[in-house]
Design a protein around this ligand. Structure first.
Ligand code: MG
Length: 236
């Protein structure tokens, strides 16, 4: 599949059938209300409390920062490294669950997912969030998506390609028949790396330029606009 051009409005795909759509969650199917600045700041404070120089890791997102710090601590004191990881993940989960309790799906999410089901298109969610938080926002997700792979369910989270490959294996879908839809540049990065068609959406953290620079082949105002895109490519 390929887009005719990069734009913020729906574009046509070529005739290759769409077998699966893999969605990011926060900012794509649900309102993004996790405060990632607070999350990183809290993890950095904890990392400093464990005696590590935070300058070396301060550009990394929270999960990768924890992995890096864990490796450094484990080289000298493995039990202390595990205590650090447990404390850091507990703090992250606390922030995620607090956000989830006041979170909500976008209005068109269930309608979109039902429309994809009716077309026989497989659907998945891949998220760096924890499953408890996702299910707090979307308790009936099993009725709407074929699989949801949170960070605890993959050894390596996106943008590592294994996260998306795990979803494609569960859906038995080929990368070149798959759309990867997300609001963040890393969603575009993982989609391109695996060979999916990448669709950015403007309902979360990334703007059109960010998403396009990260490899978005198409940018839509929202995930719900995907139906227009699919209608143009292969009418129901
Ligand atoms: Mg997102």
């Amino acid at each position: 599949m390929s887009a005719t051009s990069k734009t913020s409005s729906p574009q046509t795909l070529d005739a290759r059938p769409c077998r699966a759509v893999v969605f990011d969650f926060d900012g794509t199917l649900a309102r993004l209300n996790i405060d990632f600045v607070v999350m990183r700041s809290d993890v950095l404070k904890l990392t400093a409390q464990y005696g590590l120089a935070v300058e070396a890791v301060c550009d990394l997102p929270a999960l990768e920062l924890i992995d890096r710090a864990r490796a450094t601590l484990a080289a000298v004191d493995p039990p202390r490294a595990e205590a650090y990881v447990a404390a850091a993940h507990a703090r992250i989960m606390e922030i995620e669950l607090a956000a989830a309790r006041v979170g909500e799906l976008f209005g068109g999410t269930r309608k979109l997912l039902v429309a994809l089901q009716k077309r026989g298109i497989g659907t998945a969610i891949i998220t760096r969030n924890c499953l408890r938080a996702v299910r707090t926002v979307f308790p009936d997700l099993d009725q709407f998506v074929d699989t949801a792979i949170s960070r605890e369910m993959t050894p390596r989270v996106k943008p590592h390609p294994d996260h998306l490959r795990t979803a494609l294996a569960a859906l038995a879908a080929p990368p070149d028949g798959t759309l990867m839809v997300g609001d963040h540049p890393l969603d575009m990065q993982v989609g391109r790396e695996v060979g999916a068609f990448t669709v950015g959406v403007l309902t979360g953290s990334g703007n059109c330029d960010d998403l396009t620079r990260a490899g978005a082949q198409c940018v839509l105002a929202s995930a719900s606009d995907l139906l227009d895109l699919l209608d143009q490519a292969c009418p129901p």
